[in-house]
Design a binder for this molecule. Structure first.
Ligand SMILES: [Zn+2]
Ligand SMILES: [Zn+2]
Length: 360
């Protein structure tokens, strides 16, 4: 069997064997009348794919088909679709593929926080079907989560915007990033490098914050106006006291972040937002008196409305994440996860060559 009865992808079959993924065929979810099928052109590789593959978030059902920074062409549209999506449209899909769209959260453009939401990979729908991501020839998602890609954006460099990009853009947007604001991006990796570009494009004065000076040159090239190396400047917290309005922590984990000292570089009313989705066992310890006048929160991805805003900004300001391509294949996915183990990526992988490896 082949499409539309079966999709084909590169899957993890055992967490211990995450560096030995296998090509598999699998049935898609039942096609709903608000669903669209997308023939995948390329797909970014996000830190959470890596977490899922390694079993950091527990033992999940197999086959585990990762990938949730998907760009492709719509090939089938459900009878009741109402967003205007058409066969042939180029669309992007991020980390979310379903939400109820009826609850207060959904109706206020917060569908990423819907209690009934389904992640694009490894989350069960109400009928028990476990979602499968974009390391596959096709994906089937609710139309709300298939977002039109502006014509002038290149698929390969835009794919990472669909999860990594929106993950940092949503907290920037919601916390006033713009002209006259001093905004820190802490952690310069896959998401942080997009954070620097986006905060700059939104008009803020941008402070890149990292442990060492190793990423200084790249951060300045990406558009940062200032660079703070917390392990190399002993007095960084007094030197930049009260400097910032907003810091988005773009690290995968908070265990290495000095949450005692970080609030001192925030002005009164300043906001610290983390986008970390660390291993399930991680906890943070905070000194309440260290947070006088400063708030701290955690954020996850963004809404359809925000993704559309992000893509418009990327289109107008010519934002191109730094991407290295790898072929979608057992070896290609293994290389992506293996190199992410050692941080050997600058700054994001996008899987390509779908037509060469996977059936049509
Ligand atoms: Zn992601
Ligand atoms: Zn909802």
């Amino acid at each position: 069997m082949s499409y539309p009865q079966e999709f084909q992808g590169i899957a993890i079959l055992d967490h211990k064997e995450y560096l030995h993924p296998k090509k598999v065929n699998f049935p898609p979810k039942v096609f709903g009348d608000h669903d669209v099928d997308i023939k995948v052109e390329c797909c970014g590789v996000c830190g959470s794919d890596h977490h899922f593959a390694k079993g950091n978030w527990g033992d999940v059902p197999k086959p585990l088909v990762c990938g949730h920074e998907i760009i492709g062409k719509v090939v089938k549209v459900g009878d009741n679709c109402e967003t205007g999506v058409k066969v042939g449209d180029r669309v992007g899909v991020g980390a979310e593929c379903f939400a109820c769209l009826k609850c207060d959260r959904c109706k206020s453009d917060n569908e990423q926080y819907c209690e009934h939401q389904v992640w694009t990979l490894s989350k069960a729908y109400e009928d028990g079907y476990v979602s499968k991501g974009g390391f596959a020839n096709y994906v089937r998602v609710h139309e709300h989560f298939a977002i039109p890609i502006p014509e002038n954006l290149d698929s390969v460099t835009s794919a990472p915007l669909m999860c990594g990009g929106i993950t940092v853009f949503s907290p920037l947007l919601r916390n006033g990033c713009g002209p006259g604001k001093k905004v820190g991006i802490m952690g310069i990796g896959g998401i942080g490098h997009m954070g620097i570009m986006l905060a700059k494009a939104m008009g803020a004065e941008v402070y890149a914050i990292s442990r060492s000076n190793a990423k200084k040159e790249d951060a300045l090239k990406l558009g940062a106006d200032h660079y703070i190396a917390t392990k190399e400047e002993a007095d960084w917290d007094t030197k930049y006291k009260d400097a910032l309005d907003l810091v988005v922590i773009c690290a995968g984990s908070l265990s290495d972040i000095d949450l005692e000292r970080l609030p001192t570089i925030m002005n009164i009313g300043g906001k610290i937002v983390s986008i970390a989705a660390p291993e399930a066992s991680e906890k943070i310890v905070l000194n309440p008196l260290g947070l006088l006048g400063v708030s701290i929160s955690n954020s996850v991805i963004g809404s359809r409305k925000e993704i559309i805003q992000l893509l418009k900004l990327a289109s107008e300001k010519n934002i191109k994440p730094w991407v290295e391509t790898l072929p979608i294949s057992e070896a290609g996915v293994a290389e992506a996860f293996g190199r992410m183990d050692t941080g050997d990526v600058k700054f994001r992988f996008t899987m390509v060559d779908y037509d060469k490896e996977l059936s049509n």
